[in-house]
Write a protein that binds this ligand. Structure first.
Ligand code: HSE
Length: 295
């Protein structure tokens, strides 16, 4: 039996659309073994009823797809999936499954894939590398696709950085969240985002967290996606009043994340959230610096 742990991720971080990513201290765990034949999947917690426990399972599909690319017939496999990362909430749950399938396939092949091959295969499944990179490498990642290859740099995030993660009771598919984006944007908005994304990256790389309140602003996706997230402004105001440095839409949403330079009170945030919007939950997380782990 092998145990694979994959962190949640947060993409975009406001202005870094399809480019910036952060690994979070919340994990999906897959325990697996290869068997002679057949497929046996266990899902925990039990409310993972929306995740198929048969050959439609994303981890399994990726596992088989990768092996077939290398001309290898997939073996039987038995795995148990324990998910802490909520699905379709903008926290990288599908990236975690893709990484899971690829690492399982690499394990079966005797660890012959290079890091670059892993990244390229994972990103081709996801379409963009911003959730894949932090799930594989941990920390803060900056990446792009270039001729089918992921080009990237990874940095450690400031140790003092704390994140309040506001998770709504409803899901949002990336497809829907991308469908509301315009096909073209004014040059002024593109420049606005370039400048903020560069500033945000520099702020996180140097630990100058005081730049975050203005560095996190975005004009490329959040203004359009906001309408899909009822409660967005209320939650951002709540975080502001609780001492957050900045708040942004995690990935394609609908989760909102606030940056803090020290841990806020979970109890106080939970109380305020409860009286504002029923069904939302808040978790306090920090940055995962390692990425996936295989034991
Ligand atoms: N960068 C992507 C988006 C993340 O915002 O649509 C979603 O996977």
């Amino acid at each position: 039996m092998r145990t694979l742990t994959v962190p949640a991720t947060s993409a975009n971080l406001g202005p870094g659309f399809d480019c910036l990513g952060l690994a979070l201290s919340c994990y999906n765990t897959i325990t697996f073994e290869f068997i002679e034949s057949g497929l046996h999947i266990e899902l925990e917690p039990c409310d993972l009823s929306h995740i198929p426990a048969d050959s439609r399972n994303l981890i399994y599909r990726v596992f088989c797809g990768v092996l077939k690319t290398y001309g290898i017939t997939p073996p039987g496999v038995h795995f148990a999936q324990v998910n802490e990362i909520p699905s379709m909430r903008g926290l990288g749950s599908s990236a975690a499954s893709v990484v899971g399938g690829v690492v399982m396939a690499d394990t079966y092949m005797g660890f012959k894939m290079t890091k670059q091959e892993m990244l390229d295969i994972c990103a081709s499944q996801e379409g963009h590398p911003d959730n894949i990179l932090p799930a594989l490498l941990g920390g803060l990642t900056v990446g792009c696709m270039d001729n089918g290859h992921v080009r990237y740099l990874r940095m450690d995030a400031p140790k003092s950085l704390r994140l309040a993660v506001f998770i709504p009771p409803f899901s949002l598919s990336t497809r829907k969240a991308r469908s509301v984006l315009p096909k073209t944007v004014p040059l002024e908005d593109a420049v606005f985002n370039l400048t903020r994304a560069a500033l945000l990256t520099a702020a996180l790389a140097t630990g100058e967290l005081s730049a975050l309140p203005f560095a996190v602003n975005d004009r490329l996706h959040q203004p359009y996606r906001k309408s899909l997230v009822p409660g967005y402004d209320d939650i951002a105001r709540l975080a502001d009043a609780s001492g957050a440095l900045a708040t942004y839409l995690s990935g394609a949403g609908p989760t909102l994340i606030s940056f803090f330079d020290k841990s806020p009170s979970l109890e106080s945030l939970t109380d305020k959230l409860e009286s504002l919007h029923k069904g939302w939950q808040v978790r306090l997380l920090c940055v995962d610096s390692q990425g996936y782990r295989l034991e």
